[in-house]
Write a protein that binds this ligand. Structure first.
Ligand SMILES: Cc1cc2nc3c(=O)[nH]c(=O)nc-3n(C[C@H](O)[C@H](O)[C@H](O)COP(=O)(O)O)c2cc1C
Length: 647
């Protein structure tokens, strides 16, 4: 029997699973009542009974992070679901469907978290209503979202083929706006979110976008908190270019002071404000230039109130829009439009297809091309328009400002686009993750301890010659002013089991490009604590241009390098490792005789190739492939082999 309602739950690290859930919610609400659309932990809230509702289809969107691991937005529920005390029929006959997100570059770990989730649901008696879906970042024309369309159309929605289709009521806009006074607010030297009148309101917004887990330093000590928190404030101390001026890539070494770090007299690993290899989650903001550009493409009536104080209220009685996850309910309640566009609204993002569909309703039909533009936006949002959407938006990296600029009936006389509509349409800016490149012990020895990042500025040109840049890397790269303020959280990374005590064992760090960031932190931490015999294998394009930190590596550190463009044929780290294994059994000696640890950081493809070389080297010595895989899995479980991959 087909359930009459549906609960959509997602697990996401960078937001794609949320986007998939949103699209599915819009399509499914034509067949069933969508009761919820939120992250797994947010919905379950520690009470597994919430997964046992009768006559309800549970639809999961589960993405994989780390090395085949679950994301922060599902971890709490996942550990509850693994309890051996749960009866084997705990989820008896609960119908569910699942779409897994991942990247095939991870090989056997492709969508590992989603597959583990489905297996556990089945073990507990839940019933799959259809074939699971798989979304791959590498699928042409839209990655996971392109795979999602095919799965929704050919698999999930087929389950509802016999149901009558109904058009859901269009939700009312859930925001109520008041212009507080006709006096315009004059920006001072401080940023708007720091001003006393607005501070509380912005802080609760920042709290709402925080990672699910981060350190807090409330009582003068580091504590890992498994809930959302307010950001730390960091102050830029220096920002230097690491690559040569004439090199294509602008990579930066940025150093921040964090005044709220506790200052302890006694050194101990747990007293340090962070561990080597931890991750900083940076909350960027939009530049004044980008905000001005966005304001210019809006209807005149909105532009006119850019600097007026606003009071924003969320009207929960019109909650349909919130229920299916279309509008963001945690905007600041008191700010200016300019401030909201600078610190909160993700105007730099590429609108999703669902957004284009929502935008289409606001075209002015008084404009000569209004009806045509409305239909174009609608067709771009449909499944059959996905190739067109990929050409127009994804490949050309068209942001909200670009799209609204191109569809000028959205700002012409008679446009229905209001400020309330923008609040309902735009998504919040979310923090971006960067591995910390500094050693906490080395910093502890200094007067003011800091964190350092190694950030490659994302910029380029689209196929049609439009310039683009990445929001957060550009924000960080341009923080040139000493004393500029950044909001961030710090959370543990994958390398937290770095050997820093007990029996001495060497560490082999392998990385390429900005993968050097966490490895620099690990190696410097080990040096600060007196460990020796570590090895760095590093790859980049040209020794003279992008060999990051070349001058600072110390004599006792053994180095192997791969400069891919310094000779006529390409050389990568995996080839350097193969050669070192052939010549002096670098890998097998390190692992089998010295019981050394290995840390790999960089792109997933590089990490996969390195792991293959490692496995081959051990098979050549130990003979049995299965045994080697088991051995490597054990080393991974004990933190002696660990990968941090991104990109
Ligand atoms: C640090 C990191 C680790 C990842 N690990 C895996 C993995 O082990 N297996 C996999 O299939 N995909 C992996 N991925 C790819 C993500 O699952 C994929 O990008 C997905 O679309 C992200 O969805 P999200 O935005 O909802 O988090 C990883 C991505 C990152 C950034």
């Amino acid at each position: 029997m087909i359930p009459s309602s549906c609960i959509i739950l997602f697990s996401t690290q960078s937001g794609r699973a949320r986007a998939c859930a949103r699209r599915a919610a819009r399509l499914l609400q034509e067949y069933v009542t969508v009761l919820h659309n939120r992250s797994v932990d947010e919905y379950v809230k520690g009470d597994l009974q919430r997964l046992t509702l009768k006559d309800t289809l549970f639809l999961f969107f589960i993405s994989t992070t780390g090395e085949g691991e679950h994301t922060d937005t599902i971890r709490q529920t996942w550990s509850l679901l693994l309890q051996t005390s749960l009866p084997s029929q705990f989820l008896q006959k609960i119908p569910f469907a699942i779409f897994n997100l991942g990247d095939r570059a991870y090989g056997p770990l492709f969508c590992a978290a989603g597959r583990k989730w489905a297996v556990r649901m089945l073990q507990l008696g839940a019933e799959l209503v259809c074939e699971p879906g798989y979304g791959d970042d590498g699928t042409p024309n839209g990655g996971v979202l392109a795979d999602l369309d095919v799965w929704l159309e050919q698999v999930l929605l087929q389950q509802f083929a016999t149901c009558p289709k109904h058009r859901p009521e269009r939700g009312h806009n859930p925001y109520r706006l008041s212009l507080l006074s006709s006096l315009t607010y004059e920006p001072l030297d401080e940023e708007e979110w720091q001003l006393e009148t607005f501070q509380e309101s912005y802080q609760s917004f920042f709290h709402s976008v925080s990672p699910m887990m981060s350190y807090s330093y409330d009582n003068g000590e580091r504590k890992l908190v498994h809930e959302q928190t307010r950001p730390l404030v960091a102050v830029v101390e220096s920002n230097q270019r690491l690559t040569t001026e004439d090199w294509e890539q602008d990579t930066r070494h940025i150093r921040f002071q964090v005044p709220s770090f506790p200052k302890t007299k006694e050194w101990s690993l747990s007293a340090l404000p962070y561990q080597a290899g931890d991750i900083a989650c940076i909350l960027p903001s939009n530049s004044a230039k980008e905000v001005d550009r966005f304001l210019r493409v809006l209807p005149k009536a909105i532009q006119d109130v850019a600097d007026v104080e606003l009071q924003i209220a969320w009207d929960a009685t019109h909650s349909m829009v919130a229920t299916i996850g279309i509008s963001y309910p945690h905007w600041p309640t008191h700010c200016t439009l300019r401030g909201w566009l600078t610190y909160c609204a993700d105007i730099h993002a590429i609108p999703e297809r669902e957004d284009l569909r929502a935008l289409s309703f606001y075209c002015s039909l008084k404009h000569p091309l209004g009806a045509e533009q409305r239909d174009k936006l609608l067709s771009l949002s449909e499944t059959r328009g996905s190739a067109l959407y990929a050409d127009f938006c994804l490949r050309e990296k068209r942001s909200w400002a670009d799209v609204i600029y191109d569809f000028d009936s959205l700002r012409a006389q008679g446009s229905l686009l209001t400020l309330e509509a923008l609040l309902a349409l735009l998504s919040p800016i979310r923090p971006r993750e960067f591995s910390i490149a500094s050693s906490p012990t080395e910093e502890w020895n200094k007067e003011e301890s800091a964190i350092e990042l190694c950030v490659a500025r994302v910029q380029g040109t689209t196929p049609l010659g439009r310039n683009f840049y990445g929001l957060c890397s550009d924000y960080l790269a341009t923080l040139s002013r000493h004393g500029s303020i950044v909001r961030l959280w710090i959370r543990p990374g994958s390398f937290h089991q770095l050997p820093l005590s007990g029996r001495p064992r060497p560490v082999l760090c392998i990385g390429a490009g900005t993968g050097i960031a966490p490895l620099r932190g690990l190696l410097r931490e080990r040096r600060a604590l007196g460990f020796q015999n570590d090895i760095l294998v590093f790859g980049c394009r040209k020794e003279s241009c992008d060999f990051y930190y070349k001058k600072e590596w110390w004599p006792g550190l053994q180095q192997l390098t791969a400069f891919s463009r310094d000779q006529w044929h390409k050389v990568y780290v995996q080839q350097v490792l193969q050669k070192a294994e052939r010549e002096h059994q670098l890998l097998s000696q390190h692992v089998l005789h010295q019981d050394g640890a290995i840390y790999v950081a960089g792109s997933p493809r590089m990490a996969k190739a390195v792991k293959e070389v490692l496995a081959e080297s051990l098979v050549a010595i130990l003979g049995d492939e299965k045994h080697v895989q088991l051995f490597l899995a054990q080393r991974q479980a004990t933190g002696l082999l660990s990968v941090e991959a991104w990109g």
